[in-house]
Design a protein around this ligand. Structure first.
Ligand code: CTP
Length: 414
């Protein structure tokens, strides 16, 4: 388990022969936009699909294709290139190239560079679905994984040949996100994390609801950050417009959609026994209509009153929930519970009081002015040390903040 983030600042990007090579041009643009240095090495067949000038213009650096390239001072491009990079990524990696990697071939610049490297290698396969499913390719992929080579994808969908299935190269944004995720410290490796996110909707009648402005962004960012830190995540989500965070490893995120507070409680209770950590980010309605009208309520000239009743406090319940588990470390105790609260003033004091009231070890107080719907958030962490030991983090983009919070949770939970 590595605690330090891996650097992906200097990327050595190998391009092999496949139609997906045109998407790699966009990938280079994304990397450069993110401030990374990209050096491109192409195979001869890659150059049949995209010209070297394209990659040269996008990366702002010379492109290498030839083992006998004389530009490096020592005349050894295959050594120089990997010594001056943090990570090597091959996208697209064709079926033939994967086979050549498995056998340790070194008959062109890219294969020779792979063999001579001292840095991690990641491949993003791209091929027709039959080629991908072929036992030979599957054997090769298994061998590459056994050799500690990371495999990103492939994706599923329509292919250049018109067939539909597994084998497409991941989209450039997905590869960039996967690389970011791969680089994160695995501080939650092997942990199961249960997260609630988004608003809830409480029905007044079949067409009207009581809800709030929560976008779900903070909960989703935290789900992504926990997954990147190596956790298996169950995300219980109220209605949001957000896509499920992109997962790197199959099965590392499980999303359960709910609408009302009662459904959210049921989904949380159904998953809590396996959870090591419960993080309540959802803006759960505190009240719901005591009864929901079966038919749409008609307009009249008189006032309308709706009787509200309190909903269950999911977090407070889970904080007292004795888990049923065969694991003696879990059985009979609640998961490590983390609450969120929006406070507009006296953040440390109100947060510390709320943490104690809810009976939870850790509370993250959002600064209310900086949160709802925004891309940024400011948070203060309050644990058993109370208001005096509160840690105020800088105002950060929600995904950057989420990574910092995932690390804080991991360090307290362990
Ligand atoms: N929460 C919950 N179930 C509820 C209400 C809240 O699980 N029915 C969780 C939220 O997900 C969040 C925390 O409890 O983690 C928020 O606590 P709450 O007391 O509702 O805080 P505020 O919304 O800040 O409430 P108040 O208006 O009382 O300050």
């Amino acid at each position: 388990m590595s605690e330090a983030a891996k650097s992906t600042q200097r990327i050595l990007l190998g391009v092999t022969g496949g139609i997906a090579a045109y998407k790699t041009a966009e990938l280079v643009r994304l990397f450069v936009k993110a401030g990374k240095e990209v050096t491109v090495v192409m195979t001869e067949s890659a150059a049949q699909f995209v010209g070297t000038a394209t990659f040269q213009a996008l990366s702002g650096k010379p492109v290498y294709t030839d083992l006998w390239d004389r530009r490096p001072e020592n005349g050894m491009a295959h050594i120089d290139l990997t010594r001056n990079a943090d990570v090597m990524l091959i996208a697209p990696a064709s079926a033939d190239f994967l086979a050549r990697l498995v056998h340790g071939r070194s008959d062109d610049l890219l294969t020779t560079t792979v063999l001579a490297r001292t840095i991690p290698l990641i491949v993003a396969p791209a091929m027709n679905l039959q080629m991908w499913e072929n036992p030979a390719t599957q054997r090769n992929i298994a061998q590459l994984r056994a050799d500690q080579i990371e495999v990103f994808g492939p994706g599923n969908g329509e292919q250049a040949c018109g067939e539909v299935g597994d084998g497409r190269m991941l989209e450039p944004e997905q590869i960039a996100a996967a690389l970011d995720a791969w680089a994160q410290p695995k501080s939650l490796l092997g942990k199961r994390v249960l997260i609630t996110a988004g608003p809830t909707q409480e029905a007044i009648d079949p067409v009207r609801v009581i809800t709030n402005h929560s976008s779900g962004k903070m909960g989703y960012a935290l789900a992504q950050a926990c997954m990147e830190a190596g956790a298996q995540v169950t995300l219980v989500s109220g209605p949001t417009a957000l896509a499920t965070p992109f997962w790197l490893a199959p099965g590392s995120i499980n999303r359960v959609n709910v609408t009302s507070a009662a459904q959210m409680l049921a989904a949380v209770e159904a998953n809590v026994d396996e959870a090591d950590i419960f993080i309540a980010v959802a803006a759960v309605a505190d009240y719901r209509p005591a009864s929901s009208a079966e038919q749409k309520i008609k307009k009249t000239d008189t006032n309308l009153s709706i009787q509200l009743e309190p909903t269950a406090d999911i977090l407070a319940r889970i904080a007292k929930h004795p888990r049923k588990s065969a694991d003696p470390k879990k059985a009979g105790t609640p998961p490590y519970c983390v609450g969120f609260a929006a406070e507009s003033e006296n953040v440390e004091q109100y947060g510390a009081e709320k943490r104690a009231r809810k009976g939870i070890p850790m509370l993250i107080a959002n600064h209310a002015q900086s949160t709802f719907g925004s891309e940024d958030n400011q948070a203060t962490i309050i644990d058993e040390r109370g208001a005096a030991g509160a840690v105020r983090l800088a105002k950060l983009n929600k995904s950057v903040l989420a990574r910092a919070l995932a690390r804080e949770i991991a360090s307290r939970q362990n």
